[in-house]
Design a protein around this ligand. Structure first.
Ligand SMILES: [Cu+2]
Length: 99
């Protein structure tokens, strides 16, 4: 086997292993976080691909917010809460902690 071929084989194995370790891939599909915005009150708002949102405070604790509540970003913009994806964020944190 050439060095080039064995390198390709090795990277394929590594990809397969990391996919197994991470469980369901939360970095892809509708559950993927496309943007994380810092809010004025110190919490971080995560924006998902499907338009829904979840929030966590500066300590990484999941924050509950009702759908439709308006929030102010650290740079002064106002955004309206869409969804309250606490379960989604919880699962993502759980998977992250397992790594
Ligand atoms: Cu919010």
């Amino acid at each position: 086997m050439s060095i080039r071929k064995s390198l390709i084989a090795l990277s394929l194995v590594a990809t397969a292993l990391s996919a197994v370790a991470a469980g369901p891939d939360v970095s892809k599909g509708d559950a993927a976080i496309v943007q994380s915005v810092q809010l004025k009150d110190g919490t971080t708002m995560h924006h998902y691909k499907d338009g829904k949102m979840s929030m966590e405070d500066s300590m990484g604790k999941i924050v509950y917010m009702k759908d439709g509540v308006s929030m102010e970003t650290s740079d002064g913009k106002t955004i309206s809460m869409s969804g309250n994806e606490v379960a989604r964020l919880f699962m993502q944190k759980k998977l992250e902690n397992r790594k």
